[in-house]
Design a protein around this ligand. Structure first.
Ligand code: ZN
Length: 202
């Protein structure tokens, strides 16, 4: 199983980090050891003093394929969930300055928190609300209609380079409002009205 992530897929988030709006999706990956399932606490790694949450809609690939056309891409995922792309922002900034890959800042153990998955047919994929609360206060609030690249565009783009396999996950990018986590913070994520993540920072 591989985890493919999209960077800068919401204009206001790209702006908040001082990045340009991309012409093509910005792609990076996390190893399968990054997965932290619902119900586990997240431990801040010792190499960072600035770990940020990024709440994202996650697609679960249900059919393998390569060179998938945008028009048929929706048949390659049946289920969606939410995930948090934890990012060591201090380390990422150092790597970006040197023009180096982001993996150390994005792919460490526990950096891919994932909820359970739900049938996409139960949701309006074109108008899907999701939000993150930190210590009961809303810090992120997104809607799928604000994505620069739709799930179908992402699948078409990515599958030119990587064969998609059943069970692969795609993190579709975070809306504005990213921020730092501290010990004892409680994070709760909602997909529409449904609470799908609820865990503590250690
Ligand atoms: Zn992200």
């Amino acid at each position: 199983m591989k985890i493919i992530c999209i960077g800068r897929n919401y204009a206001e988030h790209a702006r908040e980090l001082g990045n340009e709006i991309p012409e093509n999706p910005v792609i990076f990956m996390k190893p399968d050891t990054a997965v932290l399932k619902r119900g586990s606490d997240f431990y801040i790694p010792e190499f960072s003093n600035d770990v940020h949450y990024e709440l994202e809609i996650v697609l679960k690939i249900s059919k393998g394929g390569k060179y998938i056309q945008e028009a048929s891409a929706s048949s390659y995922f049946d289920e969606i969930g939410l995930g948090i792309d934890f990012t060591a922002r201090d380390l990422q900034s150092q790597l970006k300055t040197k023009g180096l890959p982001w993996e150390l800042a994005k792919g460490f153990d526990g950096s891919a928190v994932i909820s359970d998955f739900y049938s996409k047919g139960d949701f309006d994929m074109k108008n899907l609300n999701f939000s993150l609360l930190k210590n009961k206060e809303e810090v992120q609030d997104g809607n799928s209609s604000l994505m620069i690249f739709s799930p179908e565009k992402i699948i078409a783009f990515v599958s030119q380079y990587f064969t998609l396999k059943v069970g692969d996950l795609i993190f579709t990018g975070t809306p504005k409002g990213v921020g730092k986590v501290s010990e004892n913070d409680i994070l709760e994520a909602y997909l529409e009205e449904k609470k799908v993540l609820d865990f503590r920072i250690q």
